[in-house]
Design a protein around this ligand. Structure first.
Ligand SMILES: C[S@@+](CC[C@H](N)C(=O)[O-])C[C@H]1O[C@@H](n2cnc3c(N)ncnc32)[C@H](O)[C@@H]1O
Length: 263
């Protein structure tokens, strides 16, 4: 399991971004909407958990799909949980807790464990851990970026720095499917889709990562690029990836699945 320091750095990065997340997370919101189209029609029997709820993009869609369901959003970042509590103040069917998903134990079995764009921050034990929360026939609905994401940034980083992009190695879709099967879940829906957002230039891309809290700056062992290397990286990104309109893409490969626990 990742170290306490690593967890604290994630919590701090995302808490700092709670007030800017909604502005910069168009792609994440699009992914959450796509995942919502795959949710089971039948209301789940038991608690509905949104893991890594952030500011509540998926929580809102879960509530729309299951208006009578009891929904609990958990997130390691107190700033994100505060944002949700403020947004849904006085709504007893929607609850939020600060919690590390890798250590969490829900107080009752879950009918649905859902998560969008958060599981990539967890270690590989997380899938099995979350599967254990499910009631018999409970379902897990997850969208998670996988290997192959951020090809533009990876190429620019490798070209300028000469090594792979720090701290962003992602599992493959096949890895997740193996972990699901090991956890005793059967997939009902599995899809990998490409999602792409566009920004004015590479500087705005980096700004957007900071705006959503996806930053390495608090992480142990992370050395920021020098100003010169940063300038060269931005220049490479703009020169190699700008389209006819001058805007640059950020691309994610996203695995979306709905899996069910046997009785
Ligand atoms: C990119 S945001 C996604 C938020 C939201 N699900 C959405 O679709 O917009 C990732 C979220 O996962 C949370 N997170 C990261 N590691 C976590 C952990 N170990 N336990 C709970 N939440 C975690 C972060 O704090 C952050 O709010």
């Amino acid at each position: 399991m990742p170290s306490e320091r690593f967890k604290n750095s994630i919590a701090k990065g995302f808490s700092d971004a709670a007030s800017t997340y909604d502005h910069w997370s168009m792609l994440q919101q699009q992914v959450a909407r796509r995942l919502a189209t795959m949710l089971p029609e039948e209301p789940p029997h038991g608690l509905i958990l949104d893991v890594g709820c952030g500011t509540g993009a998926l929580t809102e869609l879960l509530h729309a799909q299951y208006p009578a369901g009891r929904i609990l959003g958990i997130d390691i970042a107190p700033g994100m949980v505060d944002a949700c509590k403020t947004r849904w103040a006085g709504r007893s069917e929607l609850n939020f807790e600060v919690a590390d998903a890798e250590r969490y134990l829900p107080s009752e079995p879950c009918g649905l464990v859902a998560s969008s764009f958060s599981v990539q921050w967890l270690s590989q034990i997380a899938v099995g851990h979350m599967a254990a929360w499910l009631a018999p026939h409970g379902q897990m609905a997850i969208a998670v970026p996988v290997k192959g994401s951020l090809p533009e940034l990876r190429e620019a980083y490798r070209a300028i720095v000469g090594s792979p992009l720090w701290g962003t190695s992602l599992p493959t879709g096949a890895d997740y499917l193996k972990w699901l099967s090991q956890a005793g879940l059967t997939c009902r829906i599995v899809q990998t889709e490409t999602f792409r957002d566009h920004f004015d230039d590479a500087r705005q891309v980096l700004h957007s990562f900071k705006g959503i809290g996806a930053t390495f700056r608090y992480q142990e062992g992370y050395t920021p690029l020098t100003p010169t290397a940063t300038r060269e990286l931005l220049c490479y990104y703009d020169q190699h990836f700008a389209g006819a309109d001058g805007r640059v893409p950020v691309t994610y490969e996203v695995l979306l699945f709905v899996a069910e626990k046997a009785s």
